[in-house]
Ligand binder design. Sequence first.
Ligand code: PLP
Ligand code: ZN
Length: 410
Amino acid sequence: MSIESLRCKECGTACELDARYVCESCFGPLEVAYDHSSLDPAEAKRRIQAGSQGIWRYADFLPFEGRPGDPLEPGLTPLLRADRLAERLGIDAELWVKNDAANPTHSFKDRVVAVAVAKARELGFETVACASTGNLANALAAHAAAAGLGSYVFVPANLEEQKLLATGVYGTNLVGVRGNYDDVNRLCTQLAETRPWAFVNVNLRPYYAEGSKTLAYETVEQLGWELPDRVVCPIASGSLFTKVGHGFQEWLDLGLVDGEQPVFNGAQAQGCSPVATAFAAGWEICKPQRPETIAKSLAIGDPADGPYALEHARRTGGTIDAVSDEEIRDGIRLLAETTGIFTETAGGVTIGVLAKLAERGEIAAGERLVVYITGEGLKTLDATRDRFRMHEIDPDLDSFESEFRQAVTA
Ligand SMILES: *Cc1c(COP(=O)(O)O)cnc(C)c1O
Ligand SMILES: [Zn+2]
């Protein structure tokens, strides 16, 4: 038995493992605490390697007593060497891309939702819900359908059409709120008080957040039980960024891997960059912003885990940078052209920041670097519109020859 309690991140007060997220003593956020004192690292590795081909292979480090079953088990997404991308960026580094678009609903959100929905079932909830910037909506609707649970999904009404369609198809109650994500989140916090629902990122947030640690575990395993020197990771609420750090730290502390915590570089869009702004200004907390960016999946103006993301970036000697909408579009193109991976706007943000780090000369020769691509390009097609030209021809050889004459004679 390793899962112990929920514990306040601020004052350390412990409380029961149920659907709660705020400390009763100080109103700080709660997280899951484990007791791994009897863990043998060699035995833990064996249990992982004998496990399923997805996130439940890490069940010993997730908030369950047993191994949850799950028809839509996410995880074990490809970690690919990206030498051509490194070359284009002019860096002499060992560059890897973790393609988390290769999950059941094509974003990393399947990880957090799988954990939260399994917990919701364990706690006896019949209905799950969420406040989403898009990908969480897709994931929650799908995992609820697979588990046979009722669901309510709240999103900003102006979301990308692809993300609305890829949510509604699962037969959820899709609610488009006339407002931005922060308005949606406020409404859901109120609803969580009155409805008997498991809001995965509100009252189940401590469990939900644990799902992101599996990205760190997979990275270590896929690198042959070694750590990268640096990671580049997008930030919306800051949960993913900090929990990937927790995942590495947990395995360092328990002796499953040697070395030190990688340098963490966070990535935001300029049009919604409360954490990057606070980083640059040297603040310990974030000043809320009103989002205006094509990276809608990252458009959280008042990020719950912003202060922890700031602390983690600073502690590891990293940075948090922001890029413009144009740099996001360039980033999507650059990744596609050099790796064959088509990412959504959030991935464009990450690649845009990677390009900035390369330009500033922050990436040392020989460094091992992992970039987290968290979502799929087909969900944000508008970001690639008008970025290339189709050659339209008549169905005959002459037409082809005249269109491509220059190419042929060149
Ligand atoms: C939600 C999301 C993130 C980051 O989420 P956090 O709120 O910071 O945990 C990153 N990329 C994509 C594509 C997302 O949907
Ligand atoms: Zn507290």
